[in-house]
Write a protein that binds this ligand. Sequence first.
Ligand code: RB5
Length: 150
Amino acid sequence: MGMKIAIGCDHGALALKETVKKVVSELGLEADDLGTFTEESVDYPDIAEKVCEKIASGDAVRGVVLCGTGIGISMAANKIRGIRCALCGDVYSARMARAHNDANVLALGGRVLGPGLAAEIVRAFFTQDFEGGRHARRVGKIMALENNNI
Ligand code: RB5
């Protein structure tokens, strides 16, 4: 089995989480499903925390977080140290999130995207490498903002 990918959603993206897991497995990666598993309403910051904790601890290399729009869960993920979460609604952005921003978490909206487009976005995100170079300097500046107490 390949590198572990932590995956979590709230009740607004249960079905899309299944699509994401399938595509991740097809890419030879290990999908680690951290829930939620039922239609019962849950709070997306709790899911973001669960997924990102796995990445911060080194247990997973990357993650996918989903909520109804992808907005709330991406906001929550980006509050966690070491996380660069990109909310993507198109394939180009998913590719650039990796190539230029070295995003380690992909956020998707379960009430926004159909399964076909979402699958292509996931494929783009997990097959594109970070380009480094001048982009590494900029990503370094993003991460430095974590230590900025304004
Ligand atoms: C839950 O109803 C909804 O607010 C959530 O899934 C997400 O869209 C928030 O950003």
